[in-house]
Design a protein around this ligand. Structure first.
Ligand SMILES: [Zn+2]
Ligand SMILES: [Zn+2]
Length: 131
């Protein structure tokens, strides 16, 4: 492969992985990104996915989401304040639009606590898994 062809392949891998993350309905695991990316980039390796995720993160285009279970997922940085719903049946994590917390950043919690931010993950069953 020539330098140019190699460069083009790298750009394609990067664009594909970014598009996979941007078009998802919630933060994705490395395995999910790898699986979906293979549709556009046949033969895409897991090591390439890890390397590309690091580059996209350094470029400020994506960020990690660490769930209370300790699992790391990736989402675009352009999303505003939002929360996640983790389906225990299919293990998919969805973005939620509504914020169920009544004390926003800059508010105060009784007892003199100044609230700067919060993170919430809701657990349960997603619409597709209701029987
Ligand atoms: Zn589900
Ligand atoms: Zn919130």
């Amino acid at each position: 492969m020539t330098e140019t062809r190699l460069g083009q392949r790298k750009t394609k891998q990067r664009d594909t992985i970014l598009e996979v993350i941007r078009s998802a309905s919630g933060p994705l695991t490395v395995e999910e990104i790898h699986q979906r990316g293979q549709h556009d980039v046949p033969g895409l390796g897991i090591a390439t996915v890890y390397r590309t995720l690091k580059l996209l993160q350094e470029a400020g285009l994506i960020e990690t989401v660490i769930l209370p279970t300790g699992e790391t997922r990736y989402e675009p940085t352009e999303l505003g304040h939002h929360h996640h719903f983790h389906c225990r049946t299919c293990d998919v994590v969805f973005d939620l639009d509504a914020c169920p917390v009544e004390i926003p950043g800059g508010g105060s919690y009784p007892g003199g606590y100044i609230v700067e931010d919060h993170e919430i993950t809701l657990y349960g069953t997603c619409p597709a898994c209701h029987v």
